[in-house]
Structures are given as structure tokens and as C-alpha cells.
Design a protein around this ligand. Structure first.
Ligand SMILES: *[C@@H]1O[C@H](CO)[C@@H](O)[C@H](O)[C@H]1NC(C)=O
Ligand SMILES: *[C@@H]1O[C@H](CO)[C@@H](O)[C@H](O)[C@H]1NC(C)=O
Ligand SMILES: *[C@@H]1O[C@H](CO)[C@@H](O)[C@H](O)[C@H]1NC(C)=O
Ligand SMILES: *[C@@H]1O[C@H](CO)[C@@H](O)[C@H](O)[C@H]1NC(C)=O
Length: 255
């Protein structure tokens, strides 16, 4: 089993004002979490030195490091995410025992009458309502909005991994995600209005999907029930009934 350990590093990052920055790094392996490389590797004597160098070289984007203690190679990384099969450029490679240290992302407020719960996947925390019954896509959108929330979107790799891992573990059946091409065929848009970019589409859909020959399939789902063990979104008919997840709207206000 992976050795899980929260390390608190209080680092004196060299900035104009010489601020003390408190950084929470969790150490785990490529079996549990991965990241995207954001720059060339270099040599560091320790994981701590590796992280400090990463924070200095990439002050805005360094959110994780992959440190190989055998050859002292330090690789800078993006926000960590739970391993996703289609993300072929991730480090460490899927399923490896390679070490990764990642930073915890800001935790959203979550106090909506016990209907919502915090879930953390590789340091990205979301406040989520898990449905207890299956409904069509439009009903899911409307139920979420009735709770001052929105159907869950996965508009970054880290947030998508929260959707995929949480729906798989806790619902373990077909689950709507807030992503449709209802307005313009084959142009998938998140429920928050953002267009799905081509790179993310390749990472989150099952290879070969969305199925362009099926014009009546406009709503995206994790098909955990219909295709157990198969990674990647499917485009389904919006009128079919599936589980869903909601997230409070104040997440968007807090941004
Ligand atoms: C260090 O080891 C890793 C894993 O074996 C390898 O992928 C990487 O290329 C090595 N780096 C250097 C600079 O030798
Ligand atoms: C939300 O929680 C309240 C209070 O516990 C409960 O009455 C209500 O049915 C819940 N709503 C949903 C959609 O689960
Ligand atoms: C939604 O937010 C409004 C305004 O804050 C509040 O009055 C209302 O009670 C909230 N509804 C639910 C279901 O939480
Ligand atoms: C897409 O749908 C068509 C028509 O049902 C089917 O023949 C084809 O195999 C599907 N493609 C994939 C990748 O499943």
C-alpha cells in the first residue's frame, strides 16, 4: 500500500517581501495520483529542495513535484489528479510506484444543510451532493438548481477526476456530468457556459466518443453501470434516467 503522509513544509520563498509560505505537501505514488509536467526536469538533493526550486521557478503554476530519489531527478508538475487512463502524458506513469508530492488546493465552503459533503481527490476538494435516484438530464439540472447548486462539471483535469472517482466509488452507476452539445451538434459545452477544449475532450471521453453518428445523443455521462471498468465519458440520450452530482453555486462566486 502507498505510504500516505502529510508533510508540512514552512518555506522561506524568496519574494520581494521575503514572505513565509506554508505549504502542505502530500506524498503518494502514481497508483493514486498523477500530474502533468509543466517544465524540464533538473537535479535536486532532496524532495524538499525539489519543491523549493519548483516554487521559485514556477511561482504561479507549481502545484506538485515528482521526485526520483535514485537519480535525484526533480520534475515540476501541475495540480494533481486521480489517475485517468486517457491522460497519456501524465507523470508518474499510470499505476507506477513513482513518488509524487502534491499541494492541497483551496477547500470550498460546504454547509448546505447536510445535503452536501466534501470529497478530496489528490488534493482537489469539491462540495458535492450525490443523487439518490435516477432522473433525466433536464430534471437533474433543475433539481440541482433548486438547491442553489449546479450539476457538477469537470472543466479541469483535477475537477474531472473528482467527478469520475467520486461517481465511481459512491454511485457506481451511470452518472450525468454537466456537459452537453444540445445548442450546437458536436460542440460540447459545460453547464457553466465554457466550451470543452479539444485536449480535455480527448482526455475525458472514451476513445471513439462522443459518437458523431448518433445525433440524438447530446448529454454526457460516466457509464459506470453500462460499461463497468471502461474509462471515459459517453454521449447518451438526455431523456434516459441516470444519477447525477450537484455542487453549490457559491463555488463560482468564490472564484
Ligand atoms: C531518473 O530515473 C527515472 C526513472 O527510472 C527515469 O525515467 C529518468 O529518465 C531518470 N533521469 C535521469 C536524469 O537519469
Ligand atoms: C436536503 O436536506 C434536507 C434537510 O436534511 C432534506 O429535508 C432534503 O430532503 C434534502 N434534499 C435533497 C434533495 O436530498
Ligand atoms: C437559495 O438561496 C437563497 C438566497 O440566499 C435563499 O433564500 C434560499 O433559501 C436558498 N435555497 C435553498 C434551497 O437553499
Ligand atoms: C456509433 O454509433 C453507430 C450507429 O449506432 C455505430 O454503428 C458505431 O459503432 C458507433 N461508434 C462507436 C465508436 O461506438
Amino acid at each position: 500500500m502507498a505510504l500516505l503522509l502529510w508533510l508540512v513544509f514552512i518555506l522561506n520563498i524568496l519574494t520581494a517581501r521575503c514572505e513565509i509560505k506554508q505549504v502542505y505537501l502530500k506524498r503518494t505514488t502514481g497508483q493514486e495520483c498523477q500530474t502533468l509536467q509543466i517544465g524540464e526536469s533538473w537535479s535536486s538533493r532532496s524532495a524538499l529542495e525539489c519543491y523549493r526550486d519548483c516554487a521559485v521557478r514556477f511561482p504561479d503554476t507549481c502545484q506538485s513535484i515528482v521526485y526520483n530519489s535514485d537519480n535525484q531527478t526533480c520534475t515540476p508538475g501541475s495540480v494533481a489528479f486521480g489517475p485517468l487512463q486517457n491522460v497519456d502524458t501524465s507523470i508518474p506513469v499510470t499505476g507506477s510506484d513513482g513518488l509524487i508530492f502534491y499541494m492541497k488546493q483551496p477547500i470550498p465552503s460546504c454547509n448546505a444543510n447536510g445535503n452536501f459533503t466534501l470529497y478530496d481527490i489528490c488534493g482537489t476538494t469539491a462540495c458535492v451532493y450525490l443523487s439518490s435516484s435516477k432522473v433525466n438530464y433536464h430534471e437533474a439540472v433543475s433539481i440541482c438548481s433548486g438547491m442553489n447548486s449546479s450539476i457538477f462539471t469537470g472543466d479541469t483535469l483535477a475537477r474531472f477526476s473528482v467527478f469520475w472517482k467520486v461517481s465511481l466509488k459512491y454511485l457506481n452507476d451511470d452518472t450525468w456530468i454537466g456537459l452537453t452539445d444540445l445548442a450546437v451538434q458536436d460542440r460540447f459545452v459545460w453547464e457553466n457556459g465554457e466550451l470543452l477544449n479539444d485536449q480535455l475532450a480527448l482526455w475525458i471521453f472514451r476513445p471513439g466518443y462522443p459518437n458523431k453518428s448518433k445525433k440524438n445523443e447530446n448529454c454526457a455521462e460516466a457509464r459506470h453501470g453500462g460499461w463497468p471498468g471502461i474509462y471515459g465519458l459517453n454521449d447518451a440520450r438526455c431523456q434516459t434516467e441516470k444519477f447525477y452530482m450537484c455542487e453549490p453555486l457559491d463555488k463560482y462566486i468564490a472564484k
